[in-house]
Design a protein around this ligand. Structure first.
Ligand code: BTN
Length: 268
């Protein structure tokens, strides 16, 4: 994806392999088929996308110097081996309750990413609530949604090639190439995840929320019957008992069921 631009931090035309893959997927890009920007290096694609503030705008970078993860963490974003993408969404339509649409949006995005990854590579990744991508219980990708209503900037990162992970990640992270043992076409993963996201975004805006939640359940083997811990004013443990119609996680603990709407879940 890299070339020798005069200013790394200025947007430029998509590199040919990304443009070609996107061009082939164009009939399936729907609301995400409009404006796209590419950066060799940027702080965070989420910031660049939020600045565009246009529904359907797409920002992709080869490297981030200040990639953000959920819960205040950073997202390791070296050049050449990851996919760093942000899109601007406006999850409002007459066909869906706005609170439900906003709540389910990131689950819909998780479903789209596992579908897009499978289509591009054949790898069937799992989801961990709410929207982390996993393979063999190692993290493959994640989603960060940042709202400035009515816009939501939805950023996703996928580990495509092996990376020199920092020590705290090395035994918890994996990549598509490490899982599959062969080179992976990053441009194809980009185009297929975007196309899948466009399709699941259509589902959301057209009110097909139950279909999204069913798809999420089928891709998240730990959403029922798994022993987990989470943080809520202290560490708690329980057994997962499904998700509700807003995508909140239900966990059975000490004889009752708790509803978790935000937080970090650990498998035990
Ligand atoms: C997570 O913690 O699991 C979410 C990671 C999200 C990373 C992506 S990479 C593209 C976009 N830009 C960012 O700064 N973060 C997201």
């Amino acid at each position: 994806m890299r070339s020798s631009p005069s200013d790394d931090h200025a947007p430029r035309a998509l590199p040919p392999e990304l443009a070609d893959a996107l061009g082939r997927a164009r009939p399936r890009l729907g609301r995400l088929g409009g404006r796209s920007q590419f950066f060799d290096t940027i702080g965070s694609t989420n910031d660049a996308a939020a600045a565009l503030a246009t529904e359907g705008a797409v920002v992709v970078a080869d490297r981030q110097t200040a990639g953000r993860g959920r819960r205040g963490r950073s997202w390791f974003s070296p050049p050449g081996s990851g996919l760093y993408v942000s899109v601007v969404l406006m999850p409002r339509s007459a066909r869906v309750d706005p609170d439900r649409a906003t709540a389910v949006l990131t689950l819909a995005a998780g479903v789209a990413l596992v579908e897009g990854v499978e289509r591009a590579t054949g790898l069937r990744a799992d989801l961990k609530w709410p929207n982390d991508l996993y393979a063999q219980r190692r993290k493959l990708g994640g989603i960060l949604a940042e709202a400035d209503m009515p816009a939501v900037t939805l950023g996703y990162g996928i580990n495509v090639g092996p990376m020199a992970y920092p020590p705290e990640l090395s035994d918890r992270a994996t990549s598509l190439e490490a899982e599959l043992g062969r080179p992976i076409d990053r441009a194809l993963v980009f185009a297929e995840t975007l196309a899948a996201l466009a399709a699941r975004y259509d589902d959301l805006l057209d009110g097909r929320i139950d279909a999204i939640l069913d798809a999420w359940r089928s891709r998240a083997p730990g959403h029922r019957g798994a022993l987990v811990s989470w943080t809520a004013g202290g560490d708690r443990t329980g057994t997962t008992a499904g998700i509700d119609e807003y995508g909140a996680l239900l966990v059975r603990t000490e004889g009752r069921v708790e509803r978790i709407v935000a937080g970090e879940l650990k498998w035990l």
